[in-house]
Unconditional design. Structure first.
Lengths: 302, 302
């Protein structure tokens, strides 16, 4: 089995994770962020700059970021939904910024009352604004591997969106398995197609463990040469279907499997598990992470 | 990605699953068994014939099997720990019988107060008795991918056990990931070694999802040409570490991933999910199956 030597994990617990949990105190968010910054993770999605009425969980994004102690060895990013959010993110000092569009028209409309096509027009403007502000722009394509409303999503549609956003200047693309509909077959379909058209564009995958296949999907992507993945400490971020069920794949489960396979992540697994325990305390519920529950398969997996 | 066209799943919920849950009523066991027999599954581990004081959950094995309505298209098996159990299983009419030995000496001693070597001597006698009774003998090698007491288990040790039991007449071998310590790397190590020495021996893998890697491990094994897997409806069988955590990989998660990848299992996924719901009712706790919670990624996955 051919695998990359190194993988770059972007920790999304502080943003994507906490955004999908009941609101927690600003001080807890800062503590989580700072703790993650000391685990060896080299990329962290810190906050999103969204309207506080739409997403009260992120209403204190400016305060969280102002209070955090960034580690100079970590790349921090923020997610923004629009120009107003982009201005806030730039003012806060972020230089890696993510924007989102859904590959499924229905999903995009239900989320923001715009068609995918209309959102792509907005993104072109947004990408330009981010570049003007000195930031890079990553476009996250949500529902890449399936849509809870439309079902299967044609990889050709995903590839078309990639063509468009790259033409509009996007620096990187990410593919979100928004409701855990990916399987290895879907991963191969999308990655082969996008890589075929754009072999050199940085590409990141974001899996949910909703149906148990997150690590199988990551293993598949590794075999295709993908080296960038999102993951959420403890599996923070819940699930759209049921309390207790899995949403974001847990960072420690990803790191655990990769380390046992000899793939370097730079992460101190033991320190990460400590942070997952703290995350569990912060949200006040049991998080869906097997490695948090059971510990590493052997001590000292690094 | 090269995958087999067909996979044979052995459902272990009625035995391995229920044996690791709080005891349930005989009638519920029979209902579960009969319901599974109607899902298209072609192999079911029905009961074990063990001492009722050691494992009260299986004290009514004879009654369960006598009351069940076997489907002629399904192969049923039973697990036995010793000659006494073997006689009971043969008398009950089983012709596919499993016996267990642990690759880890410490694990074997803690379970049955015998060394692995002593157990192998017992197995030789047991295999002969099963053959005399007209049954086939499958040897399950527990802790193949790691031991909670000893840590890593040398694949050479596993291979040595396989050599021995095959020399003693075993018809098939199975490898148990007893506490969920397998990763794709461990799967490759063991399967390559055993297949290299015994290319034609039927080989089955039994994974736990304790650390989230069960489907990644199955995907790895599929790529190595393995076509036989255990799985437990709903993920019945709990976990040695914590209530609510995962033990046996859930059958519907395996079937779900395989069907979306075009691998045939013969199982009616929708019927299987109905049985998982019934299993949840029987044990009275939420089972750790994402596909049970969230449903298939699209309707009609078969």
């Amino acid at each position: 089995m051919q695998l990359p030597e190194k993988v770059s994990i972007r920790e999304v617990g502080p943003r994507d994770g906490l955004q999908n949990e009941d609101p927690v105190a600003t001080a807890d968010k800062v503590r989580l962020l700072d703790a993650l910054s000391g685990t060896g993770l080299r990329r962290i999605e810190a906050v999103s700059f969204v309207h506080p009425k739409a997403i009260p969980q992120m209403a204190d994004a400016d305060q969280v970021w102002a209070a955090a102690k960034p580690n100079p060895d970590v790349r921090y990013s923020a997610l923004v939904p629009n120009l107003r959010g982009a201005r806030r993110a730039l003012e806060a000092g972020f230089r890696e910024i993510e924007v989102v569009v859904s590959a499924s028209d229905t999903h995009n409309r239900r989320n923001i009352n715009r068609s995918t096509e209309e959102s792509l027009d907005d993104l072109a403007e947004l990408i330009a604004a981010l570049h003007d502000g000195g930031a890079s722009a990553e476009v996250i394509v949500a529902t890449t591997f399936g849509c809870p409303y439309e079902g299967d999503v044609d990889p050709a549609r995903v590839a078309g969106i990639v063509d468009r956003v790259l033409a509009d200047g996007a620096d990187r693309v990410a593919f979100g398995d928004t409701t855990g509909m990916a399987t290895p077959r879907r991963v191969i379909d999308v990655v082969d197609r996008v890589r075929g058209a754009h072999p050199d564009v940085p590409l990141l995958l974001h899996f949910h463990n909703t149906r148990g296949a997150a690590l199988a999907n990551i293993l598949t992507a590794l075999q295709l040469g993908v080296t960038e993945f999102d993951a959420s400490v403890g599996g923070l971020g819940g699930c759209p279907y049921a309390p207790g069920a899995s949403g974001n794949v847990a960072t420690e489960e990803v790191v655990h499997m990769l380390h046992d396979m000899g793939v370097d992540t730079g992460v101190d697994l033991s320190a990460l598990i400590d942070v997952a325990r703290e995350a569990e305390r912060i949200v006040g519920r049991e998080l869906p992470s097997g490695v948090l529950r059971a510990g590493p398969r052997v001590p000292g997996l690094g």
